[in-house]
Design a protein around this ligand. Structure first.
Ligand SMILES: Cc1cc2nc3c(=O)[nH]c(=O)nc-3n(C[C@H](O)[C@H](O)[C@H](O)COP(=O)(O)O)c2cc1C
Ligand code: FES
Length: 624
């Protein structure tokens, strides 16, 4: 590859645009999901199988098989899409490769059995065009800005990004706009940080720009430590150039010539695609010295994090990037003033950055036309838990939780009852049915006692115990607290001990007051937001589900059956047929009896795993 100037880039884009793939004379393009979820579900075998089948059936030169980023609908992955028919196939298996090639590529007939079927069994119609979302309930209320290229382009081929309006925003930023114009466009857009705090992006860029210093840095926060969140990973896996382009624009706007992507080492696929993308951008002269002949220099390096939650906090991240221990430092000074190695540093989240090229191409006003009064644009949520359609969901801000959970998510698994939804990870809280119709944005989520956080959304049903969930998050925070400040170090440990006491049936009502007192003290006195928000799941569950805490405390009962110490299993003599299935499945060998006579459980040996309950066909085992 030779270095491009802006005319050469335009030519490359014009030549590539839209029909980039068709130039090669293929009749079919098969897009296979190359996201982590689909890859771990035989996605690679499907991809390789399709290539092998095409060759075997003599159409190797007619079909191009392409690995894309995540399609979003991970619940029904691996996903395969065939162009130009726009056939959207779900739950594809490696053995389906043969029929996709023989029936569709050779015979012109789609493989109907692989189409998504609506819950009522009716087949789903196809999207009108590549790029349109398929008319499946899961996609109906979605609008893809951040994920605009995921599932559309091959993230490993820079020309595909360029063909889809890639690097236009950079060209404008280098040749048409002054730094202030870029920042003003971001101001018009109303974009706020997607890493959790929701700080206006333009203000951060402006603040870093205004600090005089010869050396400044741009940092991309790809740490993504929230349990259940994977939108940043998928964005990098599916569209790494959008982040690279945005970081370079940021460098131009604030006057920096070096950027770093801080990404956790547990994301090998994202790291691999990012490395490839950086190398390609450098080869084309879109990174490095004299970018596109503009005289502007900017380079990006990757730094791997070891996977500590606190290293996502910006000041701790910067200490880790410097090679030190990832511990937060007090703010001010903010990174914009004194960040990496004491230099002005602009640090942004992956999703925030991925929005930026789209905003600069389509205009700030376009972005601001989506969302709510104070939260513009879209937000990507990682919808997981007891939900029918788990996956990545990008919706305009202001969409309600009910729309996300019951329309996009298709409701609760196995017809169970909705109990609550955890938003914002360990920093958020569990929201109840009462607020399902509230349009969600940064402010409304905080008002409801939770947080946007980075966008994890974990749905819970009647079989989840909220006290146990609060205990789980506090256990996570005890492990992840860096221990530097005592409110967080001691507070998290004390709250965990009390929650454990309650889940073991040894709590009393005074414990609830203690939990609230410690939680509030942590909110006020912790050094960073890890400690400042760690009590949120506990406080929100006490507020929203007080009666369940009371049941644990007074009745020694866990209605969800999750707190093992409060459980007992017994066999009803009159119902037991003596089939022995309970004893056969008991891992603790604590059930005894004779065939055709009632069996009994030795309570002193029972580990409360519930296998007897699950395996009894006669409802003779009762859980209390
Ligand atoms: C404990 C803790 C963990 C955090 N983890 C992340 C993270 O994984 N990714 C992220 O972008 N921001 C994370 N943040 C927020 C960052 O400190 C910072 O606000 C953000 O990266 C700024 O980018 P934005 O303005 O684009 O949101 C975390 C904050 C705290 C307190
Ligand atoms: S990883 Fe394939 S659809 Fe998400």
């Amino acid at each position: 590859m030779s270095k491009l100037n802006t005319d050469a880039l335009n030519k490359l884009r014009d030549g590539a645009s839209g029909e980039f793939r068709n130039k090669k004379g293929y009749t079919h393009y098969i897009l296979t999901c190359g996201g982590t979820a689909c890859q771990s579900n035989k996605g690679v075998e499907i991809y390789e199988g399709l290539i092998a089948e095409a060759k075997k059936q003599g159409v190797g030169d007619k079909v191009q098989v392409i690995k894309t980023g995540c399609f979003g609908f991970c619940e029904r992955g691996p996903i395969v899409k065939v162009l130009p028919d726009n056939s959207f196939y779900v739950d594809v298996k490696p053995e389906d490769a043969e029929e996709i090639i023989s029936s569709q590529v050779k015979g012109g007939k789609e493989v109907d059995r692989l189409f998504y079927k609506n819950p009522d069994g009716s087949p789903v119609q196809k999207a009108a065009a590549h790029g349109d979302l398929p008319p499946i309930g899961f996609y109906q209320k979605q609008q893809r800005v951040v994920l605009r290229n995921c599932g559309i382009i091959n993230p490993e081929v820079i020309e595909e990004y360029i063909a889809n309006q890639g690097y236009i925003a950079l060209q404008k930023s280098l040749f048409e706009w002054k730094p202030d114009d870029i920042i003003n466009e971001l101001k018009t857009s109303g974009l706020r940080g997607r890493g959790g705090a929701g700080f206006p992006t333009w203000m951060k860029w402006d603040a870093t720009k205004k600090v005089a210093n010869d050396i400044k840095y741009v940092v991309c926060n790809a740490d993504e430590g929230d349990p259940g969140a994977y939108m940043d990973r998928s964005t990098i896996e599916g569209d790494p150039h959008s982040v690279i382009e945005a970081m370079t624009i940021c460098g131009r706007a604030i006057g920096a010539s070096q950027g770093f992507v801080y990404i956790r080492a547990e994301y090998p696929l994202a790291v691999h695609r990012l490395e490839l993308a950086l190398a390609q951008a450098k080869d084309y002269g879109l990174l490095g010295n004299d970018i596109l002949g503009s005289g502007f220099n900017f380079d990006i390096e990757i730094r791997l994090g070891a996977g500590a939650f606190v290293c996502g906090e910006e000041t701790a991240l910067l200490r880790s990037l410097e090679g030190g221990r990832g511990m937060p430092t007090p703010k001010p000074p903010f990174p914009a003033v004194a960040g990496l190695w004491g230099k002005p540093t602009c640090i942004n989240n992956v999703e925030t950055l991925a929005n930026i090229p789209a905003i600069l191409v389509r205009g700030g006003a376009w972005f601001a036309s989506m969302g709510t009064e104070k939260s513009k644009g879209t937000k990507v949520f990682a919808l997981t838990g007891k939900i029918n359609n788990s996956g990545l969901v990008e919706v305009p801000m202001g969409t309600t939780l009910r729309e996300i959970i019951f329309e996009i998510g298709g409701g609760i698994k196995n017809g169970k009852k909705f109990k609550g939804v955890q938003t914002g990870g360990p920093s958020g809280g569990i929201l109840t049915e009462k607020v399902l119709d509230t349009p969600i944005d940064y402010e409304s989520l905080t008002q409801m006692g939770s947080m946007m956080g980075s966008g994890g959304m974990i749905v819970m049903d009647e079989d989840d115990c909220v006290v146990d969930v609060a205990r789980f998050y506090m256990d996570f925070c005890v492990d992840e607290s860096c221990g530097k400040c005592s409110p967080c170090r001691i507070g998290t440990t004390q709250i965990l001990k009390i929650l454990e006491k309650i889940t073991h049936g040894n709590g009393d009502e005074a414990d609830l007051i203690k939990l609230e007192t410690i939680g509030k003290a942590m909110q006020k006195a912790s050094l960073c937001a890890l400690g400042g928000t760690a009590a949120n799941p506990t406080l929100s569950t006490i507020r929203n589900f007080r009666e369940e805490y009371m049941e644990h405390i007074h009745d020694h009962k866990c209605r969800a059956g999750k707190c093992k110490s409060l459980l007992s299993f017994t066999i009803l003599e009159d119902k037991c047929k003596g089939c022995g299935m309970c004893a056969k499945n008991c891992p603790a060998a604590c059930i005894t009896g004779e065939k055709k006579k009632p069996y009994t459980i030795d309570q002193s040996k029972c580990v409360k795993c519930g296998e007897c309950f699950k395996n009894c066909k006669f409802d003779a085992v009762v859980r209390a």
